[in-house]
Design a protein around this ligand. Structure first.
Ligand code: NCD
Length: 308
């Protein structure tokens, strides 16, 4: 693997290999983490032009657990805030000879631009509204921790689909594995053309219909930072598209409630649901480290070695 820019271009077998390897890196209960040295001497630069808590820290933890050196650069604290262009920032970074660059940027396609200009492997940690591949991988790992396979599961993705890179990467991944996918949100945030991202994807504007018999409900944050006009009156959003306890009765009894975070309690999800037994939101965060370890190992070599 030369890098990871998106799920769309990945083979199913490659996704399976990452998900299987991630299992080796999941923490055992009451076990302290052993630092491995499969990536010893490697330098990973995390370049974040957009806010991040989970993704940035878990990439950092993943790199360190594999024995690599990791440095994080955030736009606010870098020369980007002094007006340096993306190309100049990248050339400067490249001169430090990192072995991989993990990048998050508000512009869709920014990591692809980088990949065309640098020989260094680039890992996309979220580009605009386009893709967030490691999020979809950790989501799949989280589902597979609870279900034997993805095939035939009914997954509802609900919220601001139009602006969500998480939704796009998940749609690509889940449709490669034969999931019955239904997208749901207000018409302005779930336009009909989204159904064309992958075959077999349906759209509904009725939250109850989306949730009925669902095995998995993925909630999305409303991406206010990507909306330049009012897509939906804020106060009414929760009433129509907020996930509440009463909805869960419509789904399968063992439904998994997911959310990539950060969650806005009382906006897209109620506290009762976010904190319920059905919520696997913190397992998603936990799997973020394991999946990113598997991705870094695969890209930077060293795979084939055992985790212990
Ligand atoms: C997501 C993102 O940045 O796309 N967050 C994350 O990586 N966990 C989702 C979001 O910000 O709503």
């Amino acid at each position: 693997m030369a890098g990871l820019l998106g799920i769309e271009g990945l083979e199913r077998s490659e996704i399976e290999a990452i998900l299987n390897r991630a299992r080796d890196f999941q923490p055992f209960e009451n076990h302290t983490y052993k630092r491995l040295d499969v990536l010893k001497g490697k330098l990973i630069v995390n370049l974040f032009f957009e806010a991040s808590t989970r993704t940035r820290t878990s990439f950092e933890i993943a790199a360190k657990r594999l024995g690599a050196d990791a440095v994080s650069i955030t736009a606010a604290g870098s020369s980007v805030s002094k007006g340096e262009s993306l190309v100049d920032t990248l050339n400067t970074l490249a001169a430090m000879h990192p072995d991989a660059i993990v990048m998050r940027h508000a512009a869709s396609g920014a990591p692809h631009f980088l990949a065309r200009h640098l020989a260094t492997p680039i890992i996309n940690a979220g580009d605009g509204t386009h893709e967030h591949p490691t999020q979809a991988l950790l989501d799949a790992r989280t589902i597979l921790d609870q279900r034997p396979s993805l095939e035939g599961l009914r997954v509802a993705i609900i919220g601001d689909i139009a602006h969500s890179r998480v939704a796009r990467s998940n749609i690509h991944l889940l449709s490669k594995f034969g999931v019955d996918l239904v997208l749901c949100g207000p018409a302005s945030l779930a336009p009909p053309e989204l159904a064309r991202i992958a075959p077999g994807v349906r759209i509904t504007y009725d939250m109850r219909e989306a949730i009925r018999d669902a095995d998995v409900i993925m909630m999305l944050r409303v991406q206010l930072e990507r909306q330049h006009e009012a897509f939906f009156p804020g106060g009414e959003y929760f009433q129509f598209y907020g996930l509440r306890l009463e909805h869960l009765d419509l789904a399968r009894p063992d439904v998994l409630v997911m959310h990539p975070g950060p969650i806005n309690r009382g906006r897209e999800i109620s506290s009762e649901v976010a904190d319920s037994q059905k919520s696997v939101i913190l397992s998603q965060v936990e799997n973020g480290v394991a999946v990113r370890m598997a991705v870094l190992e695969r890209i930077l070599g060293g795979h084939g070695k055992t985790a212990d």
